[in-house]
Design a protein around this ligand. Structure first.
Ligand code: FCB
Length: 439
């Protein structure tokens, strides 16, 4: 059972999300090469070396996809703008075709009565900036500010909300420590710098957008509930370290102007000189915080160098990603974020959903159940007094799931990657019914 619109407070918004590289087709419209293109072209990084050259061909199927959004009865659509589509060299002369595309997208949403919720950066760093050190180079804050001017100068007058960077943890830790996302580094010094610079770039982009007079600006962080594998003190410590790095580092920087001690224990020697002085920029006031939530992890102690943790398999039912389904984590995070970091600031669930090996025509009951359980968790958080103002399902359609290529299907709409035909799944119809407006 998925709770419907009437079961949420007046004004609560529902939506769905995508991101540029995952759906647009980066071979089209003059977009420049990105670090995801080079990461995918390096053997062993991505399943079947799949890349985003065509993806869902959203670039050419914009109108059809906008109609799918309208049919879903969403209030808002969370999409991202590709830096390399707007500025193919990362800096300098904008690509008019790229700006025109986002212009059409925003107008197409407004015509259908859907609020545009933009994320400026969802991971496709322009190659020429990667050549200059990417997120490890402090100058990225200025480059990102230039990009912010370029894209928001064109669409900023019509957007409903904006967040600079999707999931700072993925940008920095997954890409520079775990090495399983672009740029594929495994280096603690690069990681520490990227973690800090991503927040600095966020702060600069907020400054730029405030100067432009834009409102409803936020930040989107992803979180995984960290459960200790046992009652042993080492396991407890490992779980707290995981929590500090994954969940507390970025919110701590944004909301309190400090990094957690358990994260600094390993990262401090590698942070750039004078990092504390950047908090004035990083803590630029925000209008909301977005939480992307999918799962929890069971964490144990691991020998060797910091951070001394390892994931253990958990007992709960799992999605196609192998991720445990744990809706309580969503409720508990919303409560914890409000109590410990954000107070009265509105919170949004900016991503939530599950991958399933879907076959068109088959009812995707597991996904419907997942949405039902997680929306109930949101209701519980609201009942506990947390100001949750909206919920955004990931994702409108099956798409390029990064290092997993096209194998993992998160969509409400099935995409046949041979002919790019779109077929709404049962979860699409179920949500469309729940989100139908009485007026
Ligand atoms: C999030 C990403 C999104 C998608 C989902 C499954 O971390 O923001 O692009 O890959 O996970």
């Amino acid at each position: 059972m998925i709770p419907n619109r009437a079961a949420f407070p007046q004004g609560f918004v529902f939506g769905t999300a995508t991101s540029a590289y995952q759906i647009e087709g980066h071979a089209f419209g003059g977009a420049g090469l990105t670090h995801w293109d080079s990461f995918a072209a390096t053997p062993g990084n991505v399943v079947r070396a799949a890349h985003g050259a065509v993806a869902c061909d959203h670039y050419h199927r914009l109108e059809e996809d906008l109609d799918l959004l309208a049919g879903l009865n969403v209030d808002i659509y969370r999409f991202s703008t590709s830096w390399a589509r707007v500025l193919p060299e990362g800096r300098g002369t904008p690509n008019t075709e790229g700006l025109d595309f986002y212009d059409r997208l925003v107008d197409g949403l407004l015509v259908r009565g859907i609020k545009p919720a933009v994320t400026l950066y969802h991971w496709e760093l322009p190659g020429p900036l990667a050549d200059r050190g990417g997120w490890c180079n402090r100058d990225i804050a200025d480059w990102f500010a230039e990009f912010t001017w370029a894209i928001m100068g064109r669409i900023g007058d019509r957007i409903w909300s904006a967040a600079p960077i999707n999931e700072p943890w993925c940008v920095s830790w997954l890409g520079h420590f775990d090495g399983c996302h672009a740029p594929g580094l495994r280096d603690i010094r690069a990681t520490a710098r990227a973690m800090h610079h991503v927040l600095l770039a966020h702060g600069r982009a907020i400054e730029v957008m405030r100067t432009m007079g834009l409102t409803n600006l936020g930040a989107v962080c992803n979180m995984e509930w960290s459960a200790p594998a046992s009652t042993r003190p080492e396991a407890q410590h490992a779980a707290r370290t995981y929590d500090a790095i994954y969940n507390r580092f970025f919110l701590g920087g944004l909301m309190k102007g400090e990094y957690p001690e358990l994260a600094l224990a390993g990262l401090q020697p590698h942070l750039p000189t004078g990092w504390q002085d950047d908090f004035a920029t990083i803590t630029a006031p925000l209008d909301w915080i977005g939480l992307n939530y999918y799962t929890r992890k069971i964490i144990d102690h691991a020998p060797g160098p910091w951070p001394n943790y390892a994931e253990r398999p958990g007992p709960l039912p799992k999605t196609q990603m192998g991720w445990e389904i744990y809706p309580d984590g969503l409720r508990d995070f919303l409560i914890r974020i409000a109590r410990e970091y954000t107070g009265d600031l509105p919170l949004y669930v900016t991503e939530n959903g599950m991958a399933n090996a879907d076959v068109p025509g088959h009812p995707d009951t597991a996904r419907c159940a997942y949405f039902g359980q997680h929306l109930a968790a949101v209701q519980h958080a609201i009942a506990a007094g947390v100001p949750v103002w909206g919920y955004i399902a990931w994702s409108l359609m099956d798409n390029y799931e990064w290092a997993h290529g096209y194998d993992k299907r998160f969509g409400l709409v099935h995409v046949d990657f041979d002919n790019l035909q779109r077929v709404p799944k049962a979860s699409y119809h179920a949500l469309a019914q729940c989100w139908c407006r009485a007026d």
